[in-house]
Every structure is written in C-alpha cells, then in structure tokens.
Ligand binder design. Structure first.
Ligand SMILES: [Zn+2]
Length: 348
C-alpha cells in the first residue's frame, strides 16, 4: 500500500490579511507531517495545473476569466458575492494548481502508481458553483476531478464523500441531476450555506444520487461513525463506485472556530478508515482526498495526519489533541432509520 500527497508552495500565496482561510492552515499541516514523522512514509507527487479545457468543462469560461482578471488586477473580493471569497494576485495560479493537484493524484491512483492520495491544497473547492465562487472557494477541485475521471478515464460511477462541517453546496449542485456521480455529504444544519436538507436527493435522472445528511450541533465522533456505517456503507455498496473522492474538511473538530460539532482527530481517523475499507472492497483501494475546510489549526493539522495514517492502513491513531471537554450529544433516535427509508434501505 502506498500513499501520495500533493502540495505546492503557491498555495501559501493565496492570502488576504486576517482571513480565517489563510496560508497558516497549510503551514500547520506541513509542520505536523514532519513532527509526527508522517511525511517520510508518504510519496510526494508534484501537482500539474489544470488545463483550461478541463476547467471549463465544469466552470463557465466567463467565470474563469473573471477570477483571472481579478488576480491580474491585484486581487480583491469577487464581484457581487460578498467579500468572504477573496482573490489575491497569485490566487488564479494557486486555484489552477489546487484543482490540478486533485487530478494529478487521481491520475496516479487510477494508473496504479500509488494506492491512494491526498491533495493538500488551497483555495478549497466544494462551495464553488459552475458560474461563481463562494465560501472561500474559487474552483470546485473535487468536481473537476470527478469530471476528468468520467470524461478522460471513462469511469461510469464516481462516489464523492464530503465530511466538511459545511454543506458542499457547489458539488451538490454540479452533480444534482447526474446519476454517474453519487454525492454523499454530512454537514452541520443551521450554519452556512444553509442548504443540504435531507430532502435534497437529486433531480431528474439524478434522483437518489445526492445523499444529504444534516447533523446537529453537539454531535461528535459516534454520530458521524453511525452515519457512515448505517447510511454511507450500504449506499456505497449498492452504487459500486469505481473511484471514491473525498472532500476532507476538518472543521467538524471540536476546537474549530466555524463549526459546532464535537469531533476529534481520532474520529477523522475512524471516518477515513471506513473510506479505505469501502475503497478496498469496491474499487481496488482507489481513494483520493482533497482538503476543504478546518480552522482550528492543531485539530486540522493532526486530523490530516490521522487521515494519512488511515490511508496507509494503520490500525490505530494516537490523538495528540484529545477529546472535547463537553460530552457529545447522542444522535436522535430514529433519525438514521428515517434516512435509510428515504434512500430505499431497510430499518436497522
Ligand atoms: Zn467547511
């Protein structure tokens, strides 16, 4: 089993003063990979920038031009979309290499050069729509990779799992009517972006291929693991993906500034282990993670280390951050059975 990571220093140049989505996130991850001696167990792959042809299969050319022009002008907020999603002078270049990293890692996995891969990128992607960016995201990295897997590698079924604390609204929208890409998302209900109700199950031919699982503030590892075991597992086995992509966001961690969940880094190890198991059982281990959110720097950095341990097949993870001071709430009785029924599965 071999695990690759992808990183480029250009990601640090996507920067706006005092913004929560800043380069220190990746710097912390880099340090944790060294301190934990995880880096020496990994294969480093150099990301190639996404080509315009591949980029514009997912994003409108006008929007891509808008991002490039904003960067060329010296940066600023994206017009008409508030200022939370910024463009710095090097952001266009960084965004091309962020999407490109996921695709480079995925190509290595699909060609059998490595077992699995994790793209450590910024800007993140899962809130980016075809025609606009939002929620700190410029281009939808995971969606672009899924499109390349379908169009260039001829895969018929790609599973995207998104465990970021925020709903991957961009990804959800891009594949909402597409039965070839099954989107499964867990996200905290009641925070940005406000979408991802369980009743959002897809449209047209895509009905049943969007699985949205809102979770409530105060839920922790046990709830998320139950959702993966009782909902994701049977749905993935029924779908039989040829590749699993994962929008890995570490903002469900209890220390996070933006989320209200109580997950631990041990929990991220457990969730990633389940994705490894599913990929081993269903698609020869073909699994590619891409970094989305995560704003509690230590929780983020060691969450990424935990995921790498699981990707490498480690049996256990020693969580240096530990559990929250508050005890997580139990998942509401009957909630999972209701969702299982909605998605055509028998009660547990
Ligand atoms: Zn997030």
């Amino acid at each position: 089993m071999s695990t690759a990571y992808l990183y480029d220093p250009i990601y640090l140049q996507h920067f706006q003063h005092d913004h929560v989505e800043g380069p220190e996130r990746l710097e912390h991850i880099q340090r944790a990979l060294d301190v934990s001696r995880m880096r020496e167990r990994l294969i480093e792959l150099k990301p190639q920038p996404i080509t315009l042809e591949r980029l514009t299969r997912v994003h409108h050319a006008d929007y891509v031009t808008q991002v490039k022009r904003a960067a060329d002008r010296g940066g600023g907020g994206l017009m008409g979309r508030g200022d939370e999603t910024y463009v710095a002078p090097k952001s266009y270049e960084a965004a091309l290499l962020a999407a490109g990293a996921v695709v480079t890692g995925m190509q290595a996995v699909l060609r059998g050069e490595v077992t699995n891969a994790f793209a450590l990128v910024r800007p993140p992607g899962h809130h980016a729509f075809t025609d606009h960016g939002e929620g700190f995201c410029l281009f939808n990295n995971v969606a672009i990779a899924a499109n390349v897997a379908r169009s260039d590698f001829g895969l018929d079924r790609v599973l995207i799992v998104d465990f970021d604390v925020h709903h991957g609204n961009g990804t959800n929208s891009i594949f909402y009517d597409d039965p070839s890409v099954l989107f499964f998302s867990t996200h905290q209900w009641g925070i940005y972006p406000g979408t991802g109700h369980w009743s959002e199950i897809g449209d047209g031919a895509g009905v049943g291929y969007s699985v949205n699982v809102p979770v409530l503030p105060g839920w922790g590892d046990a709830a998320l693991i139950a959702i993966f075991d009782q909902l994701l597992d049977p749905i993935a086995r029924r779908f039989k993906p040829q590749l699993i992509l994962c929008s890995a966001g570490y903002d469900p961690h209890w220390s996070d500034r933006l989320g209200g969940l109580l997950m631990t880094d041990q929990g991220f190890f457990d969730l990633t282990q389940r994705l490894v198991q599913l990929s081993n059982d269903l698609c020869d281990g073909k699994l590619v993670l891409t970094l989305e959110g995560g704003y509690g720097l230590d929780g983020l950095a060691y969450g990424v280390v935990a995921s790498f341990g699981a990707l490498l097949g480690d049996r256990a993870f020693d969580d240096p951050i530990g559990p929250p001071r508050r005890t997580p709430r139990d998942i509401e009785a009957g909630y999972l059975d209701q969702l299982r029924a909605l998605h055509g599965l028998p009660a547990c």
